[in-house]
Design a protein around this ligand. Structure first.
Ligand code: GLN
Length: 269
């Protein structure tokens, strides 16, 4: 008979997805996934049990699992996240792949709206010869990004800036994953615990992209590349904005769900 307060029993009897129960137990007991299996007869004491139920309640209230554990894996590394930062999405890993494909040794890169810092930090760690800078308008998000950079040993320069407002250099690559969800998109209802101003522009979903694409040339070296993440249905509009602003070689890439997700272009004089 399984003890009712054992890991093995809690995994099967708790009223949450089993994979989430494992994440919560691992977080609470500081057990790895492997330890949860090898020590599945471990019996939680009363205070651990209380804490476990508290975590489950938070999850049942809809708080994202990553805000409960305070971490999220991105590009195979663990990032701190909290309600001041968006939770990194798997599709944004494609932005990192694309940067790494285009960046040559010694290139300079600017990430606009860094949030948890996951893009800038991953790029720097994968390609250490790059000079990576990142800005965000939110001082609280910058604190999280700086923590992540220090924790993961990435030498990234962080600065507070509302898009380009405090940027005074030119770069070889500028990237951004700006808020692009239309304010009336139902999808936002399920994201109510994340910072709303990191998800939507409260206008037409395109205003931040428009601002970035319209101004980026002033901050790009000749032949510099602008790359942005956008919504699955914004490819046409974003390509139009790139072309309107005289970018060359405008290309859109699809994510793993085959949605148009990233558009890039070169600033050729
Ligand atoms: N891709 C995110 C989502 O759909 C949105 C990220 C963003 O607005 N930059 O949840």
């Amino acid at each position: 008979m399984l003890n009712k307060n054992s890991i093995a029993n809690l995994i099967v009897t708790t009223n949450l997805d089993r994979s989430e129960v494992k994440i919560l137990l691992g977080h609470l007991l500081r057990f790895t996934k492997a330890q949860l299996i090898t020590h599945n007869d471990y019996i939680l004491n009363n205070s651990q049990l209380q804490e476990f139920y508290e975590l489950c309640n938070q999850r049942l209230l809809g708080i994202p699992i990553n805000y409960i554990t305070g971490t999220r894996e991105f590009y195979s590394r663990e990032f701190k996240v909290n309600s001041d930062t968006l939770i990194p999405r798997p599709e944004t890993e494609l932005l990192v792949d694309t940067i790494l494909e285009y960046a040559k040794a010694g290139f300079s890169l600017l990430d606009l709206g860094a949030g948890s810092g996951c893009i800038a930090i991953s790029v720097k760690l994968e390609s250490p010869t790059l000079f990576v800078s990142a800005v965000d308008k939110s001082p609280k998000a910058l604190e999280v990004a700086k923590f992540n950079a220090a924790n993961l040993g990435a030498n990234v320069e962080f600065k507070q800036s509302d898009w380009f407002s405090n940027v005074d250099a030119k770069y070889d690559i500028i990237v951004s994953n700006p808020p692009y969800i239309h304010p009336e998109d139902n999808h936002l209802d399920n994201l109510s615990f994340e910072p709303l101003d990191a998800l939507t522009d409260f206008y037409d979903g395109l205003s931040c992209l428009r601002h970035i694409i319209t101004n980026a040339r002033n901050y790009l070296n000749n032949d510099g590349i602008l790359m942005v993440e956008h919504g699955y249905d914004q490819g046409v509009s974003v390509r139009e904005l790139f072309i309107l602003n005289e970018f060359a070689k405008v290309t859109t890439l699809c994510d793993y769900s085959r949605n148009e997700r990233i558009t890039l272009g070169a600033a050729v004089n």
